[in-house]
Design a protein around this ligand. Structure first.
Ligand code: HEC
Length: 204
């Protein structure tokens, strides 16, 4: 992958005094034809910076998720999450997620995280939002199968959280995920070719 230009991130500021740490920025050639390996290579370059801004939100999952089980092989374009390149993780309690359609309902405390980055038509690379689903106690929100959805923006702000700040902003998560059905516990799962243990790039 040819990286045309690279500007290193600005020096880290005191996290408490700054809501936003500027990102490193780079541009790639022929963004429309990115291969899986190139997407993975971009991901590896930006992950530290992405996590640094996600964790400004103070959400404990934002600081932890990168050490969870990654259930997707390489970042893939997700039409339903803004055409961004996404990667998926499951915490320890949610590790049954790796069985995908045969996983059964997730236990209370299961957390699924999906980070993202965008590559513009010009090839500029930007961190995208962090999407979270956390299985809450029974009765939290039956119509959402007790999933709490959160969306953390790439400046560390919380766009919305089910039954929390900006709840109405993440109502669309529930509406779409409900169409996956109760049997699937409102989960859509990773596209088959990007699953760990699947037929895709499994070398990592
Ligand atoms: C229009 C439909 C749609 C909307 C809206 C949507 N999602 Fe998803 N979501 C999907 C699909 C399809 C997948 C699986 C494929 C993929 O990764 O693109 C998925 C996967 C996920 C996963 C991995 C767990 C799973 O279902 O297998 C998480 C976490 C997630 N979405 C969070 C969110 C959050 C948080 C929001 C709202 C901010 C949201 N999603 C909005 C369709 C949607």
């Amino acid at each position: 992958m040819a990286v045309l230009s690279w500007t290193p991130p600005a020096p880290a500021q005191d996290e408490a005094s700054s809501a936003y740490r500027p990102q490193g920025h780079f541009r790639v050639e022929r963004p429309a034809d990115l291969t899986d390996a190139e997407a993975l290579s971009i991901y590896r370059r930006i992950l530290d910076d992405s996590v640094a801004v996600y964790r400004l939100s103070g959400d404990p999952s934002a600081a932890r998720y990168r050490r969870w089980l990654r259930v997707s092989t390489t970042p893939y374009r997700s039409a339903t999450h803004g055409e961004r390149f996404v990667s998926n993780y499951a915490n320890d309690i949610g590790r049954a997620y790796r069985a995908f359609e045969t996983a059964g309902p997730m236990p209370v405390g299961a957390i699924l995280a999906k980070d993202s980055f965008a590559v513009t038509a010009r090839g500029d690379v930007f961190t995208g939002p962090l999407f979270l689903m956390e299985k809450m106690a029974p009765g939290f929100l039956p119509e959402a199968r007790d999933w709490r959805y959160s969306m953390i923006m790439p400046d560390g702000s919380l766009f919305g959280q089910t039954k929390g700040p900006g709840s109405e902003q993440v109502a669309f998560c529930i509406t779409c995920h409900a169409t996956a059905g109760d049997e699937a516990d409102h989960l859509f799962f990773v596209p088959k070719q990007y699953r760990i243990g699947g037929p895709g790039l499994n070398s990592q």
